[in-house]
Design a protein around this ligand. Structure first.
Ligand SMILES: *[C@@H]1O[C@H](CO)[C@@H](O)[C@H](O)[C@H]1NC(C)=O
Ligand SMILES: *[C@@H]1O[C@H](CO)[C@@H](O)[C@H](O)[C@H]1NC(C)=O
Ligand SMILES: *[C@@H]1O[C@H](CO)[C@@H](O)[C@H](O)[C@H]1NC(C)=O
Length: 401
């Protein structure tokens, strides 16, 4: 206020220096001067677009100057009274226009920053997409066509359990994990030894330092990965050769909060191996009961990426991944028919409408587990105490655009 006032006084002094005295002669000259300046600025204002923003500042300053000067004009001179009043109105109108332009300019800035964040988001998404395409690259392009046949290779009496071969190495060994909570692993020399109990030598017994929960265990490159019983989301990486716990991780994102499959209630985290590596299937942060798949780096146990899928846990009994695509098996009321009615492809090339009817051969109960093995490209399953192999038929899927 002080500064403006002092500025105005200075200007008046300055103008006074150019304009002839006496006092009254100053008025018409000043009004004339103001008119001229004003006209120039008004013209400028008319053209005012984004490129003439400099005018706004200039005009604001000028109109402030004018108001102060007008206040000091000798308005009692009737001759100039209306001219001065008119000028005051024009200044006022111009001020409103300027305020409006200011408002537009600020809105522009908002739009600019919104556009910027949008552009950043698009960029981020593109990078994310690139990362996913590297993770799930074209080294594998099969999709499931049908479940060709069923072979019961062994019968134990237990409802729950899992059995498997190493899904990453080339060992012939077969592993049997009976029950939904235990720490005893049976290791058979090969499938023949597994099928015929009488074969010598008998299975090797491994006692784990921790127990597993559910039937989601996998063996990948000589490591057993399992959900540590008594924890909600801890995954143990156990070295089968050294017989030691190699590493452990906490699976993020709401994992382990609820059973994943309505018809296999002891499994809170299901692990899977496909051509791309190690995965976990688990519940998500929400309460909607949708399955979440998380890709895990088996060496560092770091999370590579996580996807919330549209597949629901209601009426689900098992799921597996094949070539980066999640297939979820459902059975209504826990009995047959067992059928894949939800698939999830993070790359979006395989969709339900591409799939034929994916029925499993009729089984009396829900599966305790179904795991794909990318080495021999078949499913290892457990149903009502039976250890089953399902042979598959696949076909090439559509290439990525
Ligand atoms: C307004 O007045 C100040 C001094 O009071 C001066 O420096 C400035 O140039 C004037 N602005 C305009 C637009 O006339
Ligand atoms: C664990 O499994 C072994 C056989 O694999 C069995 O003998 C034992 O009773 C089980 N323990 C529990 C607590 O279920
Ligand atoms: C594709 O991914 C696999 C592992 O998932 C990797 O071994 C292979 O080198 C990758 N190929 C290309 C062409 O990026």
């Amino acid at each position: 206020m002080m500064v403006a006032h002092r500025g105005a006084c200075l200007l008046v002094l300055l103008l006074a220096a150019f304009l002839p005295p006496p006092q009254h002669a100053q008025d018409p000259a000043m009004v004339h001067y103001i008119y001229q300046r004003f006209q120039v600025l008004e013209q400028g204002l008319e053209k005012c677009t984004q490129t003439t923003r400099a005018y706004i500042q200039d005009f604001q300053e000028f109109s402030k100057n004018i108001s102060i000067m007008l206040g000091k004009c000798q308005t009692h001179t009737s001759e100039y009274k209306s001219a001065v009043n008119n000028l005051a109105l024009r200044v006022e109108r111009a001020q409103r226009e300027i305020d409006y332009l200011e408002y537009l300019r600020e809105a522009d800035i908002c739009i600019e920053s919104e556009e910027k964040t949008l552009a950043e988001k698009v960029l981020q998404e593109a990078e994310e997409e690139k990362k996913i395409r590297t993770l799930l690259n074209a080294s594998c392009d099969n999709m499931l066509m049908s479940i060709k046949s069923l072979k019961i290779v062994k019968k134990t009496m237990d409802t729950d359990g899992s059995w498997m071969k190493d899904a990453g190495g080339n060992s012939a060994k077969v592993y049997l994990l009976i029950g939904s909570r235990n720490n005893t692993v049976w290791e058979f020399a090969n499938l023949r030894a597994f099928m015929e109990d009488s074969t010598k030598p008998g299975p090797r017994k491994l006692i784990l330092p921790l127990s597993w929960q559910g039937s989601g265990q996998v063996i990948y490159k000589s490591f057993l990965f399992f959900h540590n019983q008594g924890t909600s989301n801890e995954i143990i990486k156990y070295n089968l050769q050294k017989k030691t716990v190699e590493d452990r991780m906490l699976l993020p994102g709401g994992a382990g909060r609820a059973p994943i499959y309505q018809h296999s209630l002891s499994t809170y985290i299901d692990l899977a191996v496909d051509e791309h590596g190690l995965w976990a299937i688990h519940s998500g942060p929400g309460i909607q009961g949708h399955l979440v798949v998380t890709k895990i780096d088996p060496d560092t146990l770091g999370v590579e990426h996580s996807w919330e899928t549209p597949c629901r846990n209601q009426d689900a009994e098992a799921s597996f991944l094949l070539c980066g695509v999640l297939y979820v098996v459902y059975s209504f009321g826990g009995q047959g028919p067992h059928r894949i009615t939800c698939v999830y492809d993070p790359l979006g090339t395989v969709r339900e409408e591409h799939l034929p009817n994916l029925f499993f051969p009729r089984r009396p109960r829900s599966h305790s587990m179904i795991h794909y093995n990318p080495r021999d490209k078949q499913l290892y399953a457990w149903n009502e105490g039976n250890q089953i192999i399902y042979k598959l038929q696949t076909k090439k899927r559509l290439p990525l655009e």
